[in-house]
Design a protein around this ligand. Structure first.
Ligand code: ZN
Length: 313
C-alpha cells in the first residue's frame, strides 16, 4: 500500500447525495494485521450505519477492523453511529463535553425528537449507547498516533461548544477535517451555508475558531457536509465572511421580529444569495428550506438568551 489515504464515504443521508460524509483514513503499518491501520473521522447518524458498513464491506473492509472513530462533535448527523462502532470494538475519540452524551444519548435524543418529531427516525435513528470504557475524552491539542500519521485535535467552538477539528499530519501533508466549523457547502453548488443550531451557536467563538484554523495552514480541508477543499486559505476566509454576515443578519432579525416574520425575512435575505450562487432549486429546498431557517433562528435566540443569563458548566 502507498502512503496514508483518505476516502470520503457518502452516507446517502436523507437519500441526498453529498449531504453527509464519513472519512476512512488508512495508514500503512507493517506491524498491523493486513499491513494497514484504519480509523474513521465522523461516522454519520445511526440511520446511515448500514450504508456506511456496506460501503466499507464493498471495499473489502470488515467494519470491526475500524480501530477508532474520531468525532468532530456529537450532533447526531456526525456521531449517531458511534455507539454502534464502539460495540464492535472501536475506540471513540471525542471532546470532553461530548463523552456523557455518547454513553447516555437519551437527553440528546429527547431534545432532537422535540425539534424533529416524527421525522427523527428518518433523520437520525436511535443511537446505541457507547460502552464508557471505549470512549476517550480528547482535550484541545491532544494527538493520536496511527502508524506514522498523527491526528491532532483542535478545539473549535462556535457551531457547537464540544467541537474539535482534526488535523491529520502525514508524509503527504497536513489535512484538516473540519466538521461543521468550516460550515457546509450545499451539494450541486459552491454555496457556503452556515448552520447555527441551538444549543450553543456563538458567533464570536466561531470567528476565533476560523482564525485559528487559518493559522494552521493546512494543505487541504475535508468538510463533513461538502467534501474536499483544495484552497483552504481562500475558503476559510470566505467562511469567515459568511459567518459574520449571517450572524449579523440573524441577530438583528431575531431581536426585531417574532418567529413567523423572522422566518420570512430570513428567507427573503438568504434565498436570493443562494440563487445568485446557482444553488439548484431542489437543493435549495432540501438544505435551505423552512427547517433550516427555523433551526438557525432558534440557535440565534438561544445565543441571545444565554447572553442575558450566562450558562455554567
Ligand atoms: Zn453537521
Amino acid at each position: 500500500m502507498r502512503g496514508t489515504t483518505i476516502t470520503p464515504i457518502d452516507l446517502d443521508y436523507l437519500s441526498l447525495p453529498g449531504a453527509a460524509l464519513a472519512f476512512l483514513v488508512e495508514v500503512p503499518d507493517e506491524s498491523a494485521a493486513g499491513g494497514v491501520r484504519r480509523v474513521l473521522v465522523e461516522c454519520g447518524p445511526e440511520a446511515c450505519r448500514p450504508r456506511l458498513e456496506s460501503e466499507l464491506a464493498r471495499r473489502g473492509i470488515d467494519p470491526a477492523s475500524i480501530e477508532a472513530v474520531l468525532l468532530t462533535h456529537i450532533h447526531l448527523d456526525h456521531a449517531g453511529a458511534a455507539g454502534g462502532f464502539a460495540s464492535r470494538g472501536a475506540r471513540i475519540l471525542v471532546h470532553p463535553r461530548g463523552v456523557r452524551h455518547l454513553v447516555d444519548p437519551a437527553k440528546l435524543v429527547a431534545s432532537s425528537r422535540r425539534v424533529h418529531g416524527d421525522r427523527f427516525d428518518r433523520f437520525y435513528g436511535e443511537p446505541i449507547p457507547g460502552p464508557a470504557d471505549r470512549i476517550d475524552a480528547i482535550e484541545d491539542g491532544a494527538a493520536v498516533r496511527v502508524g506514522d500519521a498523527i491526528l491532532r485535535a483542535i478545539e473549535t467552538p462556535g457551531h457547537a461548544r464540544h467541537h474539535h477539528a482534526w488535523m491529520l499530519e502525514h508524509a503527504g501533508g497536513r489535512e484538516c477535517f473540519t466538521g461543521d466549523v468550516a460550515a457546509m457547502i450545499v451539494p450541486g453548488s459552491r454555496f457556503i451555508s452556515v448552520p447555527t443550531p441551538a444549543t450553543d451557536f456563538d458567533p464570536s467563538a466561531w470567528d476565533a475558531s476560523l482564525a485559528r484554523l487559518l493559522d494552521e495552514r493546512s494543505d487541504r480541508l475535508w468538510l463533513t457536509h461538502g467534501g474536499r477543499v483544495d484552497a483552504p486559505h481562500e475558503f476559510l476566509a470566505a467562511v469567515r465572511r459568511r459567518v459574520a454576515d449571517e450572524a449579523a443578519f440573524l441577530l438583528e432579525t431575531a431581536r426585531a421580529c417574532e418567529d413567523r416574520e423572522a422566518v420570512e425575512r430570513y428567507r427573503a435575505w438568504l434565498h436570493p444569495q443562494a440563487d445568485a450562487a446557482r444553488v439548484p432549486e431542489a437543493m435549495r429546498s432540501a438544505f435551505l428550506g423552512r427547517a433550516f431557517l427555523e433551526m438557525n433562528l432558534a440557535g440565534t435566540r438561544k445565543f441571545l438568551k444565554d447572553q442575558l443569563e450566562p450558562k455554567h458548566g
